[in-house]
Every structure is written in C-alpha cells, then in structure tokens.
Write a protein that binds this ligand. Structure first.
Ligand code: 5MM
Length: 350
C-alpha cells in the first residue's frame, strides 16, 4: 500500500481551511438539473458547464479537490486543454466518482444499494494513471417506516469498505460517503439514531477490510430533520447533534470529515458548517469541512443557464460560495454579510 502518499493526499484534501467541490453528477442527475432550468441536455452543454466551473479564476484559493464524473475526466476545454490539467494547474487535486449508481436492493422495497465493484480495480488503475488522486463512492440510506433495514446498512457498509480497500491498493484516497437521505418527515433525533448506526457499521467494515483510516476521508450527511418534518431545528442544534453523533462513531485517526449538502440551501449548508466550527473546532480530532455539490454550484448554474455570455457572472457566484464555505471552516461565515453582498451584486446587475 502507498501509505505515505495516501496520508499526505488525505491531509492536503482537508488542510488550510479548503474544501472539496463535488461536480460528479451522473448523466441522469446532471440532465435533471439542466432540464429544470431549460438548459439543453447534451454532451456539449455538460462539457461547457464543467469548463465554466474548472476555469473559475481563484477557485484554488478555497477548493482543495474536485470530484469529477467519468465523462468530464476525459473532456477538454474549448481550447483543447484537458479538464484534469486545468484543475492541477489551479492547485486543485482531481478526484473521480466511481460508483455506478444506487439501484433497488433486492428483497427490500424502497432501499438502495450502490453498484460498481465489478472491474473497479482496472478502472481505478486507469484513473490514477490519468492523474486522479482520490475517488468517491456514495451509498444511499433511506429513512422510512421500518427502514433502513439491517440488510441495507450491512450491504452498503461492506460495499463502501471493499471500494475503499481497492482505492488504497492503487494509491487513491477513498472518500467514503454513506448518505442518510433528508427525504421524509422524520425528526432530527431519528436522523441521529440512523446515522450513528450506519457509521458504526461503516467503520466496523472498514476495519475488517483493513482500510487505512489515516488515508481516507468520510463524507457524511449532517444530522438534520427530514425535509417535510414540521419541526425544523436551529443551526446550533444541528451543529450540536451532528458533532455529538460523529464523536460517538468516527475514529480519531480519520483526518477529515467533509459533509455533503444533501439538498440544504447554500446558505444553510454554510451556516451549519460554520456553527460546528465555531462551537467545536478546537476540541475535535478531525477537520470539519465540506464536499458540497448543489450548495456550491446551484447559484452559478442558475446564472449560467447554458449561455457563454453568463460565464463570468456564474464564475463569480461559484467563487463566492467557495469563499463562504472556506469562511465557515474558519468559523467566520457571517450570513448577514453574505446577504448584503448578494444585494450588492443584484444592484450592480440592474
Ligand atoms: C449527495 O450527493 C453528493 C454531494 O452533493 P450535494 O452536496 O449536492 O448533496 C454528490 O457528490 C453526488 O454523489 C454526485 O452529485 C453524484 O450523484 P449521482 O446521483 O449523479 O450519482
């Protein structure tokens, strides 16, 4: 195992208050987001969109790594520069999503299992040769009546651990992403209970498979009430519940925890990360960071709309969200200030 390389890549991914940009939407997810805004869903629009992202001036000030989709890692900018080279030149470590999607779990209606282990070793070798230095696999856990089942928790945890071991064999840092979905009307307490159980199983399986904890990153959900739960919680309550849950279940050897945003607004995702760092930063064994997709990209996507003329403004919006989350890692995110800046941008536009 390339132990030293794994440890130093994992550290670089979470050091200096920078975070990870998830831009690894698969075809169905990316196309769905484009369709909602009337953007054509073609190879070329996806390429142009990803070019807008990776060429954002100054992105590397706040972003340590970017997770790419297979299509993107093979694409070039309109000037013929490979996307992966643009990232490396900007000081951003390229990563790659390697699960092939969440499918129905046999015998367990409503539950999911992520696929992609067959042939994974060969794919990982190719990605490493292309320049990727980390990978990501997302497992989906659904909360509902009588679920998640033990079957779903164990199957997804074992799959995450087998993926992580394969990554480390070739020198790629695995981002292990067990996502407990926000969909539903469950309470924050229920999300805590399920996430705690899932994380215990994930780390049990990682241990059994011999995964080097110092050479991996955990990408969990925050502890939040379901999206349709009538009782929503304050940022401080979410911060306390999330950190308490992680303290009970994540070994201190893990260098960093990079949250997914999971459907929270950009502002909430920043405010809650900020609250965690304000309240707990000095007491924690791991870095608390971000690996947001929608919470970083959505404002930029809504400005871009598939039009070349909108690229500079869209890039400003992405740069701004990256800066907000960098500030949240320092415990210095001030949403009022951010709202003021947003109004200022609107004024300048008019
Ligand atoms: C949970 O999704 C991950 C984080 O994104 P958000 O911050 O928007 O929740 C994200 O990396 C996700 O795994 C990718 O977008 C790929 O998702 P699909 O559904 O396309 O496999």
């Amino acid at each position: 195992m390339k132990t030293q390389e794994l440890i130093s890549t994992a550290r670089l991914m979470v050091d200096n208050h920078k975070g990870i940009l998830a831009m690894d939407e698969s075809f169905p997810t990316c196309n769905k987001r484009f369709a909602k805004l009337g953007i054509p869903q073609t190879v070329e629009t996806r390429r142009a969109y990803r070019e807008m992202i990776v060429t954002t001036p100054g992105l590397g000030e706040f972003i340590s790594g970017a997770i790419l989709f297979d299509e993107t890692i093979r694409q070039k900018t309109k000037d013929g520069i490979p996307m992966i080279k643009v990232l490396i030149d900007a000081g951003i470590i390229p990563g790659i999503k390697v699960d092939t999607g969440a499918k129905e779990l046999a015998g367990h209606p409503g539950e999911k299992i992520s696929e992609g282990l067959d042939g994974l070793r060969e794919r990982l070798i190719e990605y490493y040769q292309m320049g990727a230095r980390f990978a990501k696999w997302r497992a989906v856990i659904v909360i509902g009546e009588g679920i998640p089942s033990k079957a779903s928790t164990i199957a997804n945890s074992l799959t995450l651990a087998r993926y992580a071991a394969l990554c480390q064999e070739v020198g790629l840092v695995p981002i292990v992403e067990p996502e407990v979905l926000m969909d539903g009307s469950h309470t924050m307490e229920r999300c805590f209970e399920v996430t705690e159980e899932v994380l215990h199983e994930v780390f049990n399986q990682l241990y059994i498979q011999g995964v080097l904890l110092e050479g991996m990153i955990l990408k969990p959900n925050m502890i939040v009430p379901g999206l349709s739960c009538p009782k929503q919680e304050s940022d401080n309550k979410v911060a306390d519940a999330t950190v308490n849950c992680l303290m009970r279940s994540v070994p201190a050897a893990v260098p960093g925890i990079t949250f997914l945003s999971g459907g929270q607004t950009s502002e909430l995702a920043s405010a809650r990360l900020n609250a965690m760092n304000v309240r707990f930063k000095s007491k924690l064994p791991w870095e608390l960071s971000f690996s947001y997709g929608r919470a970083l990209q959505q404002p930029a996507l809504e400005i871009w709309l598939g039009k070349e003329a909108n690229v500079p403004e869209a890039q400003k919006a992405l740069h701004h969200r990256a800066k907000c989350n960098y500030a949240a890692r320092c415990g210095e995110y001030n949403s009022k200030e951010i709202v003021r800046i947003a109004h200022q941008v609107k004024k300048e536009e008019n």
